[in-house]
Design a protein around this ligand. Structure first.
Ligand code: HEC
Length: 155
């Protein structure tokens, strides 16, 4: 008996399986989408919209409230965007510093500071009092910066 049909099929199946495995593990590492990029862009957009609204002669409270809400939701979710205990996901472009995983308590505190500022802005917007909104909005930028200073490495 020579090399039978069954053996040939097995070999073909094995080669196909190996091909799939290498296609998955190989790939092009640095092209995966950073799952945080869109979220931080949404944060930056909402923050900018608030600043622009406040430059107008008659800022719209509902517009400020909607953007404050966006910031607040993202601020609360933010710590969960950096999973794991060792460092950033392999194969993505990231500006995340190792310090996020090395000093998780400090990182969470920075996220909490941001969430406190966004909550204060929501409360201020709810009063409808422009002076309160301006003062609360002034607290947002520094909370971005203090986290970035320690935990983001700009590319
Ligand atoms: C608790 C920490 C923290 C806070 C607070 C924070 N950021 Fe960031 N931000 C980061 C980190 C870390 C990255 C890098 C993420 C990555 O590349 O994986 C980042 C990335 C960004 C980016 C780059 C997105 C891109 O294009 O890749 C922008 C823009 C940004 N943040 C804006 C803001 C603004 C505006 C605020 C406040 C309204 C803010 N961030 C608050 C930690 C924070």
């Amino acid at each position: 008996m020579g090399f039978g049909m069954i053996q040939t099929q097995l070999i073909v199946a094995t080669i196909a399986a190996l091909g799939l495995v290498s296609a998955c593990s190989g790939g092009s590492p640095a092209t995966a989408e950073n799952p945080r990029t869109a979220k931080f862009k949404a944060i930056a957009k909402a923050n900018k919209a608030i600043g622009e609204e406040l430059k107008k002669a008659a800022p719209s409270m509902p517009a400020i409230m909607a953007n404050a809400e966006t910031l607040d939701v993202h601020a609360r979710e933010l710590p969960g965007w950096f999973p794991g205990t060792t460092g950033p996901e392999p194969g993505i472009e990231t500006e995340a510093r190792a310090a996020i995983w090395e000093r998780p308590t400090e990182f969470k505190a920075a996220a909490h500071k941001f969430a406190t500022a966004t909550a204060a802005l929501k409360s201020a917007a709810a009063t409808g009092d422009l002076a309160q909104v301006r003062s609360a909005a002034a607290g947002i930028g520094p909370s971005c910066k203090s986290c970035h200073d320690s935990f983001r490495q700009k590319k």
